[in-house]
Write a protein that binds this ligand. Structure first.
Ligand SMILES: [Zn+2]
Ligand SMILES: [Zn+2]
Length: 484
């Protein structure tokens, strides 16, 4: 049971009066609200007088709860934007015939080490790895492609036909222990697309096209596609050799990371963000010049399809993507406005990955879109923050009989799909109407003693202020077809 004192406490702090919440966490948070700078948590009951400054609970601890560094909350104010861009993404996936896959938040640690590669930053320093109670090493989803490919294999999504093109999408949190920066979080969200089963360059381009349509749909019209090819197991080693030969006598001009990469993963020297390193590699050989004939042919066809479909791009020989499994096409989308943090999505082909993970040789290509980055760019472009339109009805009731009638009516209207709320605080009519207005309800449904006696509801249009009486029984019909 929720005691009266809890109820008034909850009301006074605008906490939802959920019992478990109050008992365990709510008090600490309530204390943050009450006494900025000092947080209190109690193992038991802190009741109403706390709000006045006296404490009647037991076992009071001084604790401050904050979200972990590099994480974010999506508040109700921001949730609308998330819904909007998720809906755009899902709609484009539908049009392009991608189906959703949902994989666990954690996977066998080996899955990431073997696919992403032990020499990569992700595996060497960014994974959230832990041992479960059964002694298994598990890792929070460090990237999206390896789990999708694992699910493709484990669930036989190819359905006996290894050449079947399986098109998947996901909306998933990704966890990386990285330095927190604007739009870059230790838990961030990715919209991902994967097309497994075809080596056709037209599939690379469909991934690019779907992504490009997504950016446009959410109002980012300056997304720039940067394109490269990282070759195949035939020609990539030639390039690695060429890079090593070129940088061997220039290492003292390069950063510490690149000195390490020279031995471990020279390709990563190419996309080092350090200005000095950039200056060095820009004088060196490019992958495109080193491609074998098949890779060169594939790349030419990708470019041909991009031109066919009117998709603008820029060649960028310094896009290598940080993961070992990429082959051939590699690409990134950049938004011009956000400077160093400009990448808003990236991907490429991974023709060796399925086989490496135990399947038959099966080509694949995919992309990951950084959702927080997309939201940041939208903000910078001034796209975000459209005023929500008025919708739904707010029950305005006066007196106990009207309150009861209002509750019944609210249930009935919600059953018919309308957005309806009631005033649990039972305030004055004026306060209820003001609230209905500030919360963007389209209509106020007013019931007082007069209305009850006549069996009607006064329906007020919150935009125009016009009011008309509608018989209570006819109200559902009156509001029918109203989308607001
Ligand atoms: Zn090649
Ligand atoms: Zn460097």
């Amino acid at each position: 049971m929720l005691s009266h004192s809890h109820l008034s406490f909850a009301n006074s702090t605008k906490l939802r009066p959920s019992h478990a919440f109050c008992e365990l966490f709510g008090l600490a948070q309530a204390a943050v609200w009450l006494l900025p700078g000092l947080s209190l948590a109690a193992g038991r009951c802190l009741s109403w007088p706390v709000a006045r400054g006296s404490i009647c609970g037991w076992r009071v601890l001084v604790i401050k709860y904050q979200r972990p560094p590099g994480t974010s909350d999506v508040t109700p104010d921001e949730a609308g934007q998330w819904h909007e861009i998720e809906a755009s993404f899902v709609e484009l996936c539908r049009r392009h015939c991608f189906s959703e896959v949902r994989t666990p938040i954690f996977e066998d640690t080996e899955l990431f080490i073997r696919s992403v590669g032990s020499g990569t930053d992700i595996v060497s320093k960014e994974m959230y790895t832990f041992e479960d109670r059964g002694g298994r090493s598990l890792t929070l989803r460090a990237e999206g492609t390896a789990p999708a490919v694992r699910a493709y294999l484990e669930n036989h999504l190819m359905q006996q036909d290894p050449e079947r093109v399986v098109k998947l999408y996901y909306i998933a949190p990704i966890f990386r222990y990285d330095r927190p920066q604007a739009g870059r979080y230790r838990q961030h969200t990715q919209f991902g697309l994967e097309a497994i089963g075809s080596a056709s360059p037209a599939v690379d381009v469909e991934i690019i096209q779907t992504t490009s349509e997504f950016y446009e749909a959410v109002g980012i019209d300056n997304a720039l596609l940067k394109l490269n090819s990282v070759g195949c197991p035939e020609c990539a080693p030639e390039y690695v050799k060429a890079i090593r030969a070129f940088t061997a006598d220039k290492l003292e001009q390069m950063c510490e990371d690149c000195v390490r990469r020279y031995d471990e993963n020279p390709l990563r020297m190419i996309d080092c963000k350090n200005e000095q390193c950039r200056a060095v590699v820009q004088q060196g050989p490019t992958m495109i010049d080193t491609l074998c004939q098949e890779c060169a042919e594939h790349f030419a066809q990708v470019r041909g399809y991009l031109e066919l479909l009117g998709l603008a791009y820029e060649l960028d020989p310094y896009i290598v993507r940080g993961l070992d499994y990429y082959t051939r096409t590699a690409f990134e989308f950049a938004a011009e406005d956000i400077g160093a943090q400009s990448s808003i999505g990236g991907g490429g082909r991974y023709d060796g990955l399925v086989e490496q993970m135990g399947g038959r040789p099966t080509p694949g290509v995919g992309i990951g879109i950084g959702v927080e980055r997309v939201l940041l760019v939208r903000q910078q472009l001034g796209v975000a923050g459209a005023e929500p339109a008025r919708s739904g009805c707010f029950m305005v009731t006066l007196g106990d009989a009207a309150w009861a009638a209002g509750l019944k009516l609210a249930a009935q209207l919600r059953g018919r799909g309308l957005r309806v709320d009631v005033d649990y605080r039972r305030r004055s009519m004026k306060a209820q109407l003001r609230y209905a207005d500030s919360e963007k309800f389209a209509r106020a449904l007013i019931i007082g003693d007069d209305e009850l006696a006549k069996g009607v509801v006064a329906v007020r249009d919150m935009d125009s202020g016009q009011q008309e009486e509608v018989a209570m029984g006819e109200l559902p019909e009156f509001l029918r077809g109203s989308t607001r």
